[in-house]
Design a protein around this ligand. Structure first.
Ligand SMILES: O=C(O)[C@@H](CO)OP(=O)(O)O
Length: 142
């Protein structure tokens, strides 16, 4: 049973989880640090290549953008707060592909650029934690 619904402030993330929030009769709790990573303040010609470069060097950032390390740090910190606040609850989180994979990568390095590339969008992963450590990952989409 789902107890709470949390989302990035972005409309598309909220829209993804509003159905489940309505279904369980809960308001969506907005968490700012689950927002999409800022890629750059300039137009990016090739999105995949731009992301690939960020995974080659985790402290690299495009002009005005967040590095993998910076984006991972704020998103993981948000997740750790959520784990603390909602201990022993089942939570649905609406976020973004980049941010989701950076969160997963913090706990297990096998979640990387190639993993991000094969995501369907939208996609759903069930992450289970024990003592704030990730112990299982299951894809629920399809
Ligand atoms: O992977 C992501 O981060 C982006 C890519 O387009 O998607 P979204 O914010 O829609 O999840």
């Amino acid at each position: 049973m789902i107890n709470h619904v949390i989302s990035s402030p972005y409309k598309r993330a909220k829209q993804t989880v509003e159905g489940i929030a309505d279904y369980i009769g809960q308001e969506i709790v907005t968490v700012e640090d689950l927002k999409e990573r800022v890629l750059s303040n300039k137009p990016i010609r090739n999105f995949q290549e731009a992301i690939s470069k960020l995974w080659e060097n985790d402290s690299y950032s495009w002009d005005g953008g967040e590095s993998n390390l910076d984006a991972q740090k704020r998103a993981v910190s948000a997740v750790q707060d959520i784990l603390q606040t909602y201990e022993d609850n089942n939570i649905v989180i609406g976020s973004h592909g980049n941010i989701m994979v950076l969160i997963m990568n913090f706990f297990d390095a096998k979640y990387d650029f190639e993993f991000w590339r094969q995501l369907s969008m939208p996609d759903i992963y069930q992450l289970s934690f024990s003592e704030h450590q990730l112990f299982s990952v299951k894809r629920l989409w399809n």
